[in-house]
Design a protein around this ligand. Structure first.
Ligand SMILES: [Zn+2]
Length: 211
């Protein structure tokens, strides 16, 4: 490569970098999904949902059902989506067309909303999200309890033990878990010879009386 072409290449590189930087500077952060904005009319509530994987994106159920494509976008582009030709094809009745126009007007209106209101609502949505997480944890706990109870029943059946033993068995497991903790329970070993040895000791018989 001669000197001249290397200078030209260098200039080209600088120009590209300057353009990339200016794009970066002009890139605004995306708008987060907000119910009062993006689901603020009954029509929007019916067809628009928040993208579960990206809090700044929406899904349009009307477009998804009809086209299976072009149904998601960044929240700040929702108005453009509602004005788009594809979305227009989902408006099969005059009522839907009217509702769509109302939704566009609503989005224009909320764009100039008081910023303090927005902060309040974001806080409220954060609270809702933490409530959802709590509900999920609670449901998981209920599921765990059910699985644990199932394991007890399975143990009774596979060991040919009477069902009447269930309550005592559960109480015994709970008492042991509380008294010794997980680590001790996990590290314990028991086998026939050891059982015979322990049972032979008088102290076991005495201990049993206290249960
Ligand atoms: Zn749509």
């Amino acid at each position: 490569m001669n000197r001249r072409s290397s200078v030209v290449l260098e200039e080209e590189k600088e120009k590209n970098e300057a353009r990339d930087n200016s794009i970066k500077k002009n890139t605004k952060p995306h708008t987060a999904f907000r119910r009062s904005h993006h689901q603020g009319t009954s029509y929007l509530k019916r067809i628009i949902t928040k993208d579960e994987n990206d809090k700044c994106r929406f899904n349009c159920l009307a477009c998804f059902e009809k086209f299976k494509k072009g149904h998601t976008g960044y929240c700040e582009n929702l108005k453009v989506h509602l004005q788009h030709k594809q979305h227009g094809k989902t408006l099969l009745t005059d009522d839907l067309k009217k509702e769509n126009i109302e939704a566009i007007k609503h989005l224009e209106r909320v764009q100039q909303e008081d910023p303090s209101k927005i902060i309040e609502e974001i806080e409220e949505e954060k609270y809702d999200e933490s409530a959802t997480i709590t509900t999920k944890i609670e449901s998981q706990l209920v599921l765990n309890e059910a699985s644990f109870e199932f394991e007890i029943v399975r143990f009774l059946i596979t060991q040919n033990l009477p069902f009447s033993l269930g309550t005592s068995l559960l109480q015994f497991i709970q008492r042991m878990a509380n008294k010794f903790g997980n680590e001790t329970l996990n590290n314990a070993h028991i086998y026939d010879k050891k059982i015979t040895f322990i049972a032979a000791k008088e102290c076991v018989a005495k201990e049993i009386q206290f249960f």
